[in-house]
Design a protein. Structure first.
Length: 312
């Protein structure tokens, strides 16, 4: 057996495809950063998000052409009503979960509201400030889901699937590996801990479940966007260790770190796990009402299917 090439499929094996896409992504990020520095572009969060997103989309698109040999849309993407309806559902899920986390912490006395974002002095109008942050979170949510859920899971399922490994087991292995990579890449964030890294691995699993069940990234992207934006842009928590000083509500975080996550944000505490379980519970109810069923979507049997991109 050739460890590099699958001669039956006439392409690189899945592990090498994922490795090359990730290396290409890193090289593109490095190159774009050099260009930004040469042009002396201000290091605003929206610019950095656009840079990372551009590198992410371009690396996946190149991967589809050079070694994946499939359509870019096969990675859970579409432009139809169903996809955007699921995106909206995901946005509501993230909003509800993070709002519940805030209410619990405020009721328990773990957070103190100290002011509001528009009260801070700034040369930039507050509406522009908060909209810029929303756009940054929208961009981050999209490209991270495209890479860590869409690209990696599709390829990992293909790589593990065999006569001896069922589709469910292949999907489980794919989710565990992609989620572990996702967690480890956040281990270097400010104020990160072992607990925060483990919790973000679980966040990767939570975000992967809707993709596995529906075959579409809409819900996962929506959850990711609203979880980050509501957490950091509206309610004043740090987002994976990074605070946003212009949040709508300004807070002082108290309480035990193992419960609240402390300066890293809710993802590093038990409250974050509670929020993720809340999202999964609501999603499971959604699948029962929409007859999806808690099973791996048929599109993963052969990588990707055109049915994923059609209204159902």
């Amino acid at each position: 057996m050739n460890i590099f090439v699958n001669h039956e499929e006439q392409r690189l094996r899945a592990g090498w495809r994922i490795f090359l896409q990730f290396i290409l992504f890193v090289l593109l990020v490095f190159g774009f950063m050099l260009v930004r520095n040469v042009l002396s572009i201000a290091p605003l969060k929206i610019y950095d998000a656009l840079l990372m997103c551009s590198a992410g989309i371009l690396s996946v698109w190149i991967a589809t052409r050079l070694w994946d040999k499939r359509a870019f849309s096969d990675y859970g993407l579409a432009s139809n009503r169903l996809w955007f309806r699921e995106l909206g559902f995901g946005l509501l899920l993230g909003l509800a979960a993070m709002s519940l986390i805030f209410v619990i912490q405020w009721s328990a006395g773990w957070i103190e509201i100290t002011g509001y974002g528009w009260e801070r002095s700034s040369t930039i109008p507050y509406l522009v400030w908060i909209l810029s942050y929303f756009m940054a979170m929208l961009i981050v949510g999209f490209y991270e889901e495209l890479i860590f859920r869409g690209y990696q899971i599709i390829n990992l399922v293909e790589g593990f699937r065999s006569e001896r490994v069922s589709l469910f087991k292949a999907a489980l292995l794919a989710v565990l590996i992609s989620s572990t990579i996702f967690g480890l890449l956040h281990a270097g964030n400010p104020n990160a801990t072992i607990i925060s890294t483990v919790n973000i691995v679980f966040a990767g699993v939570m975000l992967a479940v809707p993709f596995l069940v529906t075959g579409r990234l809409g819900i996962s992207v929506g959850i990711h966007i609203s979880w980050n934006f509501v957490q950091g842009g509206l309610l004043g928590f740090a987002v994976s260790g990074t605070p946003f000083r212009g949040s709508l509500v300004q807070i002082r975080q108290g309480g035990e770190k193992y419960l609240t996550g402390g300066s890293f944000g809710p993802e590093a505490g038990l409250i974050g796990i509670f929020g993720m379980l809340f999202i999964l519970a609501i999603f499971f109810v959604y699948t029962r009402r929409n007859s999806e069923g808690l099973k791996v979507h048929s599109s993963f049997k052969n990588g990707a299917s055109k049915s994923v991109n059609q209204d159902e």
